[in-house]
Design a binder for this molecule. Structure first.
Ligand code: GTP
Ligand code: MG
Length: 198
């Protein structure tokens, strides 16, 4: 798929302020600093459409971007950032949960996983929660440039094996690097297919 336009629409902390749910939508979630905003920029080939930072906790609102005039990409805050106060963290959790539970046009939630790490409890329990709510999801292993090929294969396999203890089948999976521009075509093809099936 070719991206011909990418436009910032809105940024807010209340799911009810999202644009009308009249176009398919693809959202990105995962731990703070995992690379959600960077991935959105890679997809649309922009440096600064979504705001990124090397410090965790950069994205704190629900951000809608209109792509090719007919579908949305959504950048969400991260979960599990320890330095944000407990009440703020609970607030994020509620905001994200409300958004995910109510957004009827959500075609797919991409859950980003840091490919360098062993399976993290917080990611596993988030996937468990999203799955139990019937939210369509896919997994994206990020920062693959930071690992040797063998380590990457080991880590993704470990994550998949852990998931298979609870799930009969795995969701679609992708491996990305915004540094090396890996995974862009695969993700866009997946989105294209989802749009075609609408
Ligand atoms: P929050 O908004 O704070 O939740 O973070 P985020 O998940 O949006 O992460 P963001 O895109 O801001 O990136 C965090 C840091 O990771 C930045 O310093 C990015 O440059 C870096 N980063 C993101 N993706 C990659 C990647 O694929 N490879 C490498 N090496 N660094 C990456
Ligand atoms: Mg962000």
């Amino acid at each position: 798929m070719t991206i011909t336009s990418a436009e910032f629409i809105s940024s807010h902390n209340d799911h009810k302020k999202s644009p009308p749910p009249d176009k398919p939508e693809f959202a990105f979630i995962g731990r703070s600093n995992v690379g959600k905003s960077s991935l959105i920029n890679m997809l649309v080939k922009s440096r600064g459409l979504a705001k990124t930072s090397s410090t965790p906790g950069k994205t704190q609102t629900i951000n809608h971007f209109l792509i090719n005039q007919n579908w949305y990409l959504v950048d969400l805050p991260g979960y599990g950032y320890a330095s944000v106060s407990k009440s703020l963290r609970a607030g994020f959790g509620k905001m994200i949960e409300d958004y995910l539970m109510h957004r009827e046009n959500l075609s797919c939630l991409f859950i980003l996983i840091d490919s360098r790490l062993d399976p993290q409890k917080i990611d596993l329990s988030f996937i468990q929660w999203a799955g139990s709510k019937g939210i369509p999801l896919a997994l994206v292993f990020t920062k693959s440039d930071k690992l040797k090929r063998g380590e990457l294969a080991r880590n993704t396999k470990k994550f998949e094996d852990t998931l298979l203890k609870d799930w009969e089948e795995l969701p679609p999976r992708f491996i990305t690097s915004t540094e090396k521009k890996l995974g862009r075509e695969e993700l866009l093809d997946f989105i294209d297919e989802a749009l075609a099936n609408k």
